[in-house]
Ligand binder design. Structure first.
Ligand SMILES: [Zn+2]
Length: 230
């Protein structure tokens, strides 16, 4: 476990931690949480992934880079944004990105095959996820994640989630990064050559334990079923 660097001011100093498991393995995955500080289920899920050794079965196939908490100030203060009240997940195309974003960008020096970003949506009736991409859609992976997660938490089956068309819990975001003037982390990952980016949203009106299990199920199903091409 290493610190990517620290987020600091005169009154606080937080490290942003990075853990790499299975170094040198063929497939490269980035799993991150806590970019929105008031969405703790992803942070808990990644800690559980490590503590319960849920990663063990994937050590032969994946190099797993884990960043459990991208926004430690927000996490500590139960706030979505960072100390400067910036939504970090809007800043990945900034010329002068916030410190947290710059530290996360530094791990993209070699491309990932897969990125999994863990979030909560307090307004959601159930689990759902975004797939970011243009030509690499693998519907079987989405349906496998859906089938596994729904054993733990219901899927949000509304056809409109957050103003966007959804198909049984899957929102497809087919956006060319170059055509957008701000980027969430997933579009940065796409611009760096990541084939498949999933943003996973738990529904935190369910107990924390259920949310953590749902995220872990989504992570493990993705790692089991996704085939790195390189
Ligand atoms: Zn979020």
């Amino acid at each position: 476990m290493t610190s990517l660097g620290r987020v600091e001011s005169t009154s606080f100093s937080y490290p942003i931690m990075r853990i790499v498991l299975g170094k040198g393995k063929k497939g490269k995955v980035l799993i991150s949480g806590g970019i929105h500080g008031d969405e703790p289920t992803g942070v808990e899920a990644i800690c559980s992934f490590i503590e319960q050794k849920e990663y063990a079965e994937f050590m032969g196939k994946w190099e797993m880079t884990l960043i459990p908490c991208i926004n430690p100030f927000g996490y500590d203060h139960d706030k979505r944004n960072n100390f400067d009240d910036i939504d970090l997940n809007r800043q990945f195309k900034s010329f002068v990105p916030p410190r947290e974003v710059a530290l996360v960008q530094s791990v993209f020096h070699s491309p990932f095959d897969l990125t999994l970003e863990l979030h909560d949506d307090v307004d959601s009736t159930g689990y759902y996820f975004y797939h970011w991409g243009t030509s690499n859609f693998e519907p079987s992976l989405a349906s496998k994640i859906r089938e596994e997660v729904k054993k733990i938490m219901p899927i949000n089956v509304h056809s409109d989630i957050d103003g966007t068309h959804a198909n049984r819990g899957l929102i497809e975001r087919q956006i060319d990064p170059e055509k957008r003037d701000w980027w969430p982390m997933a579009l940065y990952a796409r611009s760096k050559g990541t084939r498949y980016c999933l943003t996973l949203e738990a529904a935190p009106h369910f107990p924390m334990e259920i949310c953590v299990k749902a995220h872990l199920s989504a992570i493990k199903t993705a790692l089991k079923n996704f085939i790195p091409k390189r």
